[in-house]
Each structure stands twice: as C-alpha cells, then as structure tokens.
Design a protein around this ligand. Structure first.
Ligand SMILES: [Zn+2]
Length: 422
C-alpha cells in the first residue's frame, strides 16, 4: 500500500532545507529468506516502492529501490543490517534532487525567445501543450494534431500525427509516453522524437523514408492528470487521478487497466496500491480513449510502443503469462536490432525479452492488449537508468537517453517496411 509520504513541499519554497526529508535505499542480493523480510519491512513502514512497483512483485535476487521518509531510515537501516541484507543509500537528499528539476533553481531558466523550445529540460503539462500547438502550426505538411478524448479531470488527450500525406492507408506506429506520471523522461522522449523527425526530414534519407511510408501517432502525455499532479503536488505520483467511491485513495495504474487478463497476477484490487487495476477494465477515460483509437486503426497500426522508466529494458508480450508469442522470431529479432542500435550510441546495455520473464508478470498491460488486438509488434521501453537516479534522471541525461532511444525506435519502425521471413 502506498504511504502518504510528504517528501517535499510545493515548489514555491525559496530556501533549501537543512535536513533531507526522504532518501532512496537500494537493496540487492536478497536471497529467499531475506526477501520475505523486505516484504515485512514494507508492511511495517508503508514505504513507497520505486522498484518493483508493489511488494507482491519483490522477488529473490532482483533489486529493490525503496523511497522512505527520513524519520524511518534509521529503523529500516537497522533492520536491513540485522537481516544481513546488503543495501546502499542511492539518493541521500531527495529534496535537492527534486529541486534540480523543478524547484527554485530553475526559476532562472531561460525563456528563450519565441519558440526556441528547450528539449533538454523537463516541461510541465501546459508547456508541452503549447509546444504541440506550435509543432502543428509550423509543420502543416507533416503534422496533424487532434484530441482522442478527455482525461478524468477533463483535459484533452492530444495526439500528434506525423508523416507525409502520401496515400490514405499508410502503415502506422503508435508511441505513447507518460502512462506513469513520475516517469518524466517519457514525455521528454516523445517530444524529442517529434523534434528529430521534423528537423531531420530534409537531410536524413532514413527518416524521410519512414515519414513518407509510415504515419506516427505520438501521444506525449498519456496520463495528463497524473503528470500535472506530479509537477504540482507529488513528484512520485504514478497513477491516474480518478476517484473511487468510498475510498480515500485516488488513481488507477493505467498499465493494469486494459482489457486483457484484467486484474490477474501482478495487479492489485486495492485502490490504495500503486498497481491498482481499477474497478473494471478501461475504467480510466485515458485508457478507454487510446483503446478506442487503436481499435479503430488496428488494421494500419503495425507497432505499438509505450515509453516507461526505469530499468533499461525493451519488453514485448506476454506480460501476463510465461508463454511464447506466435510471431516470437520476428519480434525477438526486432528487439535485438533495436537494442544493438541503442547500444551503438553510447554503449548503454538494455536487456530485452518477454515482459513476464524479463521484468515481472503483470496483467492488464497495454502491450498485451495491443498484441491481442492484432498489432504484431508491441513494445514497452523502460528507459534509463537502473536505479542510480531512478525517476529523478537529471536533465543532463535527457539528450543521451533520447538520442539512443531514437535509434532503437527508428530501427523498429524501419523493420516494419521489410517483410519478416523468420
Ligand atoms: Zn511505467
């Protein structure tokens, strides 16, 4: 269950705190007898788990990142020590790290003159929205902007369509970012993708070919309400912001709410959990809107790509079971090529494979849904890093992270133009 940690104050505060309020503790080498201790600690402390997303997903020999209030760190460290569990403090002052991204230090951020948009900072929702309008206005021959519905709090769900209007039935690639609010590198990547696609259209023949032969549907912020909330109130908010009658906890995990093995293993029925599957499948207007759009266009959409963080992995179905998908050879080879392309940029290694065996079993996920609905290539990226900064990936790493991911996504898209004969 998610704790009600208050780790930072809203961002108007002008002076840094003298004492850190929250720390991130990274735990590893947890053997069989130790990981049950970890689950117990979680119960006692009601910590906010960063990785995995729920205590039920803690496994032997897989790392665990715990976000814990300062007042509980002594207790936790003592008990970890007693249980012979190795750990290290990854971020000793979360407040400082948060402020680097959104706090007072950024208030001097240069507002560059009319539309010199800075792709190497994180942007709040309103800025991303204006940026979308601007892309649409300045690239009318390659961009279309439309809304596919409304969020729970009534915000439009914008999608940018990129591609040359050559023929009516082009194959298409769907990319969504920001399904989980706190994963800020996601929306940064979607914006980066659009910038690169538009800026390199003239010079880069590879990109031009993709844009001429494919349409890209880019949804920069899927979970708009949650993203907004992560800027205004709780930096580590993950879920949507919907209300469930009779419960004080809000929000549903938008990656457990899809109509495929809904609320089975790896999803929670409890509204206070971070992996809450919702009261029924597609209960979240954001999920429903995207599902409706993809159903409508499923004959043309050949790849579904969802951008998450963090773990450095490229995952494909199934999430909900340990079984091999029918077109495994084609998907596996696409993943392998994508991961090598990514590696070629800066030597960053990604693991790849079925989500169930590579990450963990989860039901009601968007990649399983997309796959089940006839989209042959369904991928979830877990971008940088592997826990050093976690969700607080510094802005200096936006450029390299997006540059390498761009290579991987372009490789997947190029693969769609060839027939897979494996
Ligand atoms: Zn995520």
């Amino acid at each position: 269950m998610r704790s009600s940690l208050v780790c930072f104050e809203p961002f108007q505060r002008k002076q840094p705190l003298e004492k850190p309020l929250c720390v991130i503790i990274h735990v590893w080498n947890n053997m069989r007898e130790q990981y049950s201790c970890l689950i117990d600690f979680n119960d006692v402390l009601q910590v906010d788990l960063w990785r995995p997303n729920s205590a039920s997903l803690i496994r032997e020999n897989s790392p665990v990142d715990i976000h814990v209030g300062w007042n509980k760190t002594q207790w936790l460290r003592r008990h970890l020590h007693q249980a012979h569990i190795h750990y290290k403090v990854l971020i000793s002052n979360l407040q400082t790290e948060i402020e680097k991204q959104i706090g007072y230090r950024r208030s001097s951020r240069t507002r560059r003159s009319e539309f010199q948009y800075d792709y190497e900072v994180y942007h709040p929702l309103e800025e991303i929205r204006s940026w979308m309008f601007e892309m649409n206005r300045t690239h009318p021959h390659l961009v279309d902007l439309f809304s596919i519905g409304q969020s729970y709090e009534g915000r439009p769900l914008y999608v940018l369509q990129l591609g040359k209007r050559t023929r009516p039935f082009k194959k298409a690639v769907w990319i969504d970012c920001g399904v989980h609010a706190r994963e800020w590198i996601g929306p940064a990547f979607c914006q980066w993708f659009v910038k690169e696609a538009l800026n390199s259209y003239q010079q880069d023949s590879g990109m031009r070919r993709l844009m001429n032969q494919l349409n890209f549907y880019i949804m920069p912020v899927f979970n708009v309400d949650g993203y907004h909330y992560s800027w205004k109130t709780d930096r580590f908010w993950r879920k949507t912001r919907s209300k469930i009658p009779k419960y004080h906890c809000r929000g549903v995990d938008a990656n457990r709410n899809w109509k495929v093995k809904w609320c089975d293993e790896g999803a929670s029925l409890h509204p206070c959990d971070d992996t809450y599957c919702g009261p029924f499948p597609e209960s979240e207007p954001e999920v429903k809107a995207v599902a409706k759009f993809l159903r409508k266009h499923r004959k043309r959409v050949k790849a579904y790509i969802s951008i998450h963080a963090y773990a450095q992995m490229l995952l494909y179905p199934y999430s909900y079971k340990y079984a091999t998908i029918p077109n495994f050879n084609c998907v596996e080879s696409a993943a392998q090529n994508a991961v090598s392309a990514l590696y070629s940029a800066y030597g960053v290694r990604y693991r790849y494979g079925p989500a169930s065996t590579t990450l963990y079993v989860s039901s009601g996920s968007s990649i399983d849904w997309a796959y089940k609905n006839g989209i042959p290539y369904a991928f979830a990226f877990e971008l940088r890093d592997t826990g050093y900064y976690g969700f607080l990936l510094p802005e200096t790493l936006i450029n390299p992270t997006c540059t390498e991911t761009m290579r991987a996504v372009k490789t997947i898209a190029s693969g769609l133009l060839k027939k897979c004969t494996k």
